[in-house]
Design a protein around this ligand. Structure first.
Ligand SMILES: Nc1nc2c(ncn2[C@@H]2O[C@H](COP(=O)(O)OP(=O)(O)OP(=O)(O)O)[C@@H](O)[C@H]2O)c(=O)[nH]1
Ligand SMILES: [Mg+2]
Length: 237
């Protein structure tokens, strides 16, 4: 518990037996629940997560987005605030208390945990830096906003906002999709906080070119869908 709020970490896991060990060390003691969403891992992901006392939820449909959508339907009912992260020991949580203060005391609904500016320049491969920069530039052009990291996998948000957003992607684009939904919703107070980012433990699941291209196409498609939704709401009002 933190300031009387129940905090739940949700993370997608695909063959992360090593990554989970690194991640567990980063999770603060005041976290109430940790949900690990496992997609047919063929290593010891499930056993490692269970040994740490995490709630393991299985999702047969592969993909980062499928895993999150399952996680968002499966967290404990008493949850007030959700924290997401990769199961690879990359996302620093030393400042999570400050981020939670923003939600609890300053009434933010969604905090995007930006990895940029990188505190440790070596923590990200140069190609990923370029890809992140380009995708975030497009995100900002399409939304008329100025966020620093459209691709970070760490978001801290009030559980109740899940009723106000629509998430469709089964793959990596879910990360930018949730931010676009949040940033363009006038009933969601969106903020950003610069977190620590560490080098990955375990093998990457990201294919920089394939996923980068998929994400770019998704950005345009998602923006268009939100425009249509707003337009329909306006017309049928
Ligand atoms: N459940 C599930 N998790 C997945 C799947 N693909 C990736 N993940 C998880 O999603 C998170 C993000 O994947 P990463 O490989 O870390 O991708 P990334 O962060 O863009 O790339 P890195 O910089 O190499 O960490 C990790 O916790 C993965 O285990 C999947 O198909 N199913
Ligand atoms: Mg990662």
């Amino acid at each position: 518990m933190y300031k009387n709020k129940v905090i739940t970490v949700i993370m997608p896991c695909y063959n992360e037996e090593e990554g989970l060990v690194a991640t567990q060390k980063l999770i603060p003691t005041y976290i109430d629940h940790v949900v690990a969403v496992n997609n047919n891992s063929i290593d010891k992901t499930k056993e490692v997560a269970e040994n740490f006392g995490f709630i393991v939820v299985d999702e047969e449909k592969p993909g980062y987005g499928s895993a999150y959508k399952k996680g968002f339907r499966s967290f404990p009912e008493d949850t007030d605030i959700i924290v997401t992260c990769d199961a690879d020991g990359t996302y620093g949580m030393n400042d999570l208390n400050k981020i939670l203060d923003m939600l609890i005391d300053d009434n933010y609904d969604f905090i995007n945990c930006s990895r940029f500016p990188l505190k440790d320049k070596k923590s990200m491969y140069w190609l990923n830096k370029v890809g992140n920069w380009g995708l975030t530039a497009w995100f900002n052009i399409l939304t008329f906003r100025h966020i620093k990291d459209s691709q970070t996998g760490m978001w801290v948000f009030k559980m109740k906002i899940l009723d106000r957003i629509i998430l469709k992607s089964d793959g990596m684009p879910l990360s930018q999709e949730i931010k676009m939904e949040a940033v363009l919703n006038k009933n969601i107070k969106f903020g950003e906080y610069n977190i620590e980012y560490y080098e990955r433990t375990g093998k990457t699941k990201l294919n920089a070119f394939k996923d980068g291209w998929m994400n770019l196409k998704h950005l345009f498609a998602k923006r268009f869908k939100i425009l249509i939704r707003v337009f329909k709401k306006y017309i049928y009002k």
